[in-house]
Design a protein around this ligand. Structure first.
Ligand code: SF4
Ligand code: SF4
Length: 310
């Protein structure tokens, strides 16, 4: 495996320059040791990525985005997880595939790209043709995307913040909107739109890009601006997933920010705006989220009994 990218690390927009091979950590909090909190068939993604047997999801430890309200804060901020060698990672991936999952879904993957690239290449060499999914925050190094698009079949970036001041408050970088847009543009350039498209989930998607947006409490303007930017640049054919699953985490209470769930009328307004713009490949969520979106990664079964096909 080529671990040179872990030296003087610039794998994400934080550009820390940490020598992770020597055990240093940057903003993401991870060295060059691959750390994973959970690998399992997961049913919490969009229906066209879940199918009958689930998405083979790999939850990496650490995140370079660092949103204070993170529902996966046990991974992103408390660094729950176990270290895997590349061989152990490959063995676990083969075991996951043997369970019948429809894809391999790398969650918050940017800071472990060298391991992921090596694993994807090895699995392809062994003849596995299962789609590889890149399930990321949008806070990605756009220069790496063309290389990633050679191995990754489906990009599912978030576009979390269209307003610089909101990005500053939530994750400390007011450049997020510009950075995420540049990365998403390259993801779409590299793979096109998500396809085949079937909102019912009967036919599984295997290629392309779908953009996700989580509506935040009291942040209607951010969501409207997000949709406007995406519409202006990609048109109404861009596949979109608009999520309502926000749940206040302990840090929200401490900061006194985002202390409630999404109000249904706000979510409805966001959906209505997407429909007015004419987006026609759209996933929406019913209700305002439930406990299945607040996993416990200290448990062997992080999603409990909620990890079932919806
Ligand atoms: S991946 Fe981690 S160490 Fe590398 S630049 Fe990003 S935050 Fe810094
Ligand atoms: S990008 Fe996602 S995983 Fe990372 S801190 Fe923000 S909400 Fe958490």
């Amino acid at each position: 495996m080529d671990n040179s990218l872990y030296r003087c690390c610039t794998l994400c927009p934080r550009q820390c320059g940490a020598n992770r091979v020597n055990g240093e950590t940057g903003f993401c909090g991870e060295t060059a040791d691959l750390r994973i909190a959970a690998m399992l068939p997961h049913f919490g993604e969009e229906p066209c990525l879940v199918g009958k047997h689930g998405s083979g999801t790999v939850f990496f430890t650490g995140c370079s985005c660092g949103c204070f309200f993170c529902q996966n804060y046990q991974l992103s901020q408390q660094h729950v997880g176990k270290i895997f060698s590349l061989e152990e990672f490959l063995t676990a991936l083969r075991e996951l595939i043997a369970k019948g999952v429809h894809n391999i879904n790398f969650v918050t993957p940017d800071h472990f790209w060298p391991h992921i690239a090596a694993a994807c290449r090895q699995l392809r060499d062994e003849g596995y043709d299962i789609p590889f999914l890149w399930n990321c925050s949008g806070y990605s190094n756009a220069e790496l995307v063309p290389e990633q698009a050679k191995l990754i079949d489906v990009f599912m970036p978030d576009f979390k913040y269209a307003l610089p001041e909101l990005a500053e408050t939530c994750m400390g970088d007011r450049e997020y909107p510009r950075i995420a847009f540049a990365a998403i543009e390259r993801m779409v350039d590299g793979t096109g739109f998500l396809r085949p498209w079937d909102a019912s989930g009967e036919i599984l998607a295997t290629h392309g890009t779908i953009v996700r947006h989580l509506v935040l409490p009291g942040q209607l303007e951010n969501s409207i601006r997000t949709l406007d930017i995406l519409y202006e640049h990609f048109g109404p054919g861009l596949p979109l997933s608009i999520m309502s699953q926000f749940q206040p985490m302990p840090e929200c209470e401490r900061l006194g920010l985002f202390t409630s769930k999404i109000k249904p009328d706000i979510y409805e307004k966001v959906l209505a705006h997407a429909q007015e713009l004419g987006f026609y490949r759209l996933f929406a969520q019913v209700g305002g989220g439930d406990d299945s979106f607040a996993p416990d990664f200290t448990s062997d079964n992080p999603f409990g009994n909620n990890n079932v096909k919806r």
